[in-house]
Design a binder for this molecule. Sequence first.
Ligand code: FAD
Length: 375
Amino acid sequence: MTETVECIVAGAGIVGLAVARALARAGREVIVVERNAWIGNETSSRNNEVIHAGFLYAPGSLRARLCRPGAERTYRYCESRGIPCRRLGKLMPAADEAGLAVLARLIEAGRAGGVEELELLDGPAAARLEPALRCAGALHSPFTGVVDTHALMLAYRGDAEDHGAMIAFSSAVTGGDVRDGIRLRVAGEDGSETAVACRVFVNAAGLGARQIALSLTGLAPRFAPKVHLALGRFLSWNGAPPFGRIVVPLGVHLADGGAFTPDIAGRGKFGADLVWVDKADYRVPDDLAAKFAGAIRSYWPEVDESRLSPDYAGIRPRTWGPEAGNGDWTVSGPADHGVPGLVNLLGIETPGVTAALSLADHVLELLGIAPAPED
Ligand SMILES: Cc1cc2nc3c(=O)[nH]c(=O)nc-3n(C[C@H](O)[C@H](O)[C@H](O)COP(=O)(O)OP(=O)(O)OC[C@H]3O[C@@H](n4cnc5c(N)ncnc54)[C@H](O)[C@@H]3O)c2cc1C
């Protein structure tokens, strides 16, 4: 027997929860299908928890268009709900003239994209903000902050459920057919499959999204492009945080784990580094401190690497690979693939936490559904 539901969302990460919230607030019947036993168990709880200001993405990309409005809404939402978030500010230090030129270009592009508050500080001005920082100068982004991502997801879930949405945990979307309406197969914990028909299906399954898109009979394979996995490991800092702001070095130093993020609880972590992998493995080896410390020394020569210890790891799903530079999310709706009611979200890496509210509204727009105004 086939059950019928108006809207199904695959994935209860921050994006799926924000989409479910938006659909439910727009008056739709929604069921979220989540393969784990709890919300946000994958990438949404394995990231930097930074609210990005929106100046690091290719001009005109979805990431660039949705980051800043999403960040502004997220700050307002957190403030109205008492969700822990702090607008700490971010510094991007440069060691030399070449680095300063990179920062100047970032500032120019950022301002052109509407991130007007960016400023270039000289070395002494940067050190006045962060006395431990050694650099020739630094980009200062006062808007950037940190948020308690789990509290944010709980709030999105609460809003969705308050408007009638339900979450089916320990259930996975295993396949479907979109040739004549949308019919999905959903497997329960015991492996038994149920057929479900729906008018709207939003595939927000993170690392599982490509597999779902590939399994939809009737969807052209080009709407399920390869997803590359960029592993990021974090090392916790044992001691008082050396910086009060987020500090992000340029280039290889960032990829080697040199970024520092203070967290909401008053501690701090370094990372994530960036390593391309073939499969998800969240183990953090105990020999990363020397690599991370090498990157951190580019702006903090006194770092004591014995205070760095393995913490957690996350995977950035990217529809662009190592050679492709600054790519974009791959979001396709009915106008792209011709399947009414279907939206696929692939490669939703940074700034997915920051932009989730705006991305959810974008999904509704692709579906021709008017989002309800925020309270
Ligand atoms: C190292 C790192 C640092 C980052 N830092 C930041 C940051 O500072 N700021 C920021 O804005 N963003 C950051 N991001 C990006 C951000 O974490 C992601 O964009 C965001 O969490 C993606 O959310 P999601 O809901 O799409 O995916 P997920 O959180 O992965 O959720 C997808 C859900 O789908 C479920 N699922 C998978 N397959 C199926 C299936 N077949 N059926 C049912 N359910 C399924 C999974 O169990 C999961 O719960 C970072 C990411 C990484 C890896």
